[in-house]
Design a protein around this ligand. Structure first.
Ligand code: PLP
Length: 385
């Protein structure tokens, strides 16, 4: 694989029109439109225009998206809930746990996207206690989880990839710590899914959530939650709706039953247009192959680390290829200003406070990474951090 991946990169790139005139290094933030995902959105719009109401087909599209996500994480569709955002998926899980017992702690890593921490913090008025785990130098140490998790811990919330620095956590090791003390593990994998193989059942995670807007090549408005088989029945989510029932179309307002498996975490009318797009994006990635994509995004990430070092940029987070997502963050004073300066040069990057993130994906080339780094070095030289 030296300078190119083990798939037809040109064919992938030809399906993303924006690559013709922009360098896309913002996959950690927003995916570009592509031929298959646009075609999927148009399939929905056509059916809407021509049929007016096409519920059977639309519900089938949602099921196909659920199934695609299940395949992405090595699970079964009955273990996947369809949500509208990671915020909602996390809130649904959090609202389904019992915070009144001896076990009422939630260990929350400082690397969680704020929305995930907010969902746990909202449980404090129902009895939850928050045990924070710090981020130090852009990474989270396993020893800090070890110190925080005990027999009072109900759930550990540990993202797979840290949105700010791209630090990739060791889910298996955190799962072993959580499970050895009887706690559950909640993993927000939004910053990694689609960039590398991820197998829910063997990962150790009990819940895996992700939206589709970043590396899954989708759009906002839909997210998925995989729940370890045999676990969903323990949840009685207070955030619920008719699609979480055994028979949504029984229209029985007098009865609150629970759909089997993870479907009990479904909510209201599902995001249909978004499901069309989500399925197309995920199936494209599966077709290209997550093993090959993982190898290529790793090579791109390594080039960012190495190239940043050569240009004197200050890396945030880990340089260890096993501990990083493709998104690579460099220190700067004002990330937003740097993002705008790069955009002026035709390069899309993504700021998070005092960090600028360069996030390539399976469609990126090493040359684009180099050009992005050159431009970043120039922008920072003009206005040093
Ligand atoms: C890791 C991570 N989790 C969650 C979110 C937000 O999730 P949502 O807006 O779907 O609630 C983001 C970014 O938008 C993210 O990077």
């Amino acid at each position: 694989m030296n300078g190119s991946p083990d798939y037809d990169l040109e064919a992938v790139r030809n399906r993303i029109p924006l690559l013709g005139h922009r360098i896309l290094l913002n996959a950690c933030s927003h995916s570009p439109a592509a031929v298959p995902t646009r075609a999927a959105a148009e399939a929905y719009l056509d059916s809407w225009e021509r049929r007016g109401m096409d519920w059977d087909r639309w519900m089938e599209a949602v099921e196909l998206a659920r199934d695609a996500f299940a395949r992405l994480v090595g699970g079964q569709p009955e273990d996947v809930a369809v949500a509208t955002s990671v915020s909602q998926a996390t809130s649904s899980v959090a609202s389904g746990l019992d915070w009144s017992g001896e076990r009422r702690r939630v260990v929350v890593s400082g690397a969680e996207f704020p929305t995930v921490a907010h969902a746990w913090r909202a449980q404090v008025r129902f009895g939850a206690e928050i045990a924070p785990v710090p981020v130090r130098d852009g990474v989270v140490a396993l020893e800090d989880y070890e110190a925080a998790i005990d027999e009072r811990t109900l759930v550990v919330s540990a993202c797979h990839g840290y949105y700010q620095t791209g630090f990739r956590q060791d889910v298996g090791a955190i799962a072993r710590l959580a499970h050895s003390r009887g706690a559950l593990l909640y993993v927000d994998a939004y910053q990694t899914l689609g960039t590398t193989p991820f197998d829910g059942p063997s990962s150790g995670a009990d819940f895996v959530a992700s939206g589709c807007l970043k590396y899954l090549m989708g759009i906002p408005g839909i997210a998925f939650l995989w729940v370890r088989p045999g676990l969903a029945h323990r949840l009685r989510p207070a955030i619920t709706g008719w699609f979480g029932r055994e028979e949504p179309f029984a229209f029985d307002a007098g009865r609150l039953d629970w759909a089997p498996g993870a479907r009990r975490l479904d909510l209201g009318t599902p995001p249909i247009l978004e499901a069309y797009v989500a399925r197309a994006g995920i199936e494209w990635l599966l077709e290209v192959g997550l093993e090959a994509i993982g190898a290529w995004t790793r090579a791109l990430g390594a080039r960012l680390v190495e190239g940043g070092r050569e240009r004197g940029l200050r890396l945030l987070g880990s340089s260890d290829p096993d501990r990083k997502a493709p998104s690579t963050a460099f220190a700067c004073d004002d990330g937003h200003a740097v993002e705008i300066a790069l955009r002026g040069r035709g390069i899309l990057a993504s700021a998070r406070g005092p960090a600028i993130r360069l996030a390539p994906h399976f469609y990126s080339t090493l040359e684009e990474v180099d050009l992005g780094l050159d431009a970043l070095a120039e922008v920072l030289e003009a206005d040093p951090a």
